[in-house]
Design a protein around this ligand. Structure first.
Ligand code: FAD
Length: 117
């Protein structure tokens, strides 16, 4: 089957939004379980990402830059950094990670974030 760049880009756009918004909702002070869940989520995300070329590349990025899961801010900064690595590879503009603060808002009410297992 031929590549459809539009669909591939839409998928990427949606996936990054979920990923960054997940980080924005991750606890400031996660439990050991929270941190473990995020680590697993990221490795499974990288393994199961539907675009094969993207998944392979992202798995290498995870190996090179292990997920930072000790706090919301470190997780958000990590995700911003790896997204920038993908941006560089695709010759896209880099995002200023110091501006990530309130950029990703889930629009949901302030309840317990769903990261428990
Ligand atoms: P996107 O990169 O999708 O970004 C969406 C929005 O996020 C931007 O408009 C900006 O507002 C914001 N943003 C940009 N950079 C950052 C950052 N560092 N931190 C936080 N927010 C940011 N495509 C390929 O062709 N080849 C690949 O190998 C490939 N690998 C991918 C791997 C993963 C894990 C994912 C999720 C996507 C991958 N993609 C790949 C898709 C690609 O990254 C883009 O999603 C797609 O090209 C659409 O780009 P975009 O210009 O809409 O912006």
């Amino acid at each position: 089957k031929m590549e459809n760049a539009t669909l591939k880009a839409e998928l990427g756009n949606a996936a990054w939004k979920v990923l960054h918004t997940t980080m924005a909702k991750f606890p400031d002070k996660p439990t050991e379980e929270d941190s473990q869940a995020l680590k697993s989520y990221l490795h499974l995300f990288a393994r199961l990402y539907p675009c094969g070329e993207c998944a392979r590349h992202f798995q290498k990025l995870l190996a090179k830059f292990p997920p930072q899961v000790t706090s919301r801010s470190s997780a958000a900064a990590w995700a911003c950094h790896v997204h920038n690595q993908v941006n560089i590879r695709l010759k896209k503009e880099e995002f200023d990670c110091s501006k990530i603060g309130d950029f990703y808002d889930c629009g949901c009410a302030d309840d317990e974030p769903v990261v428990k297992m």
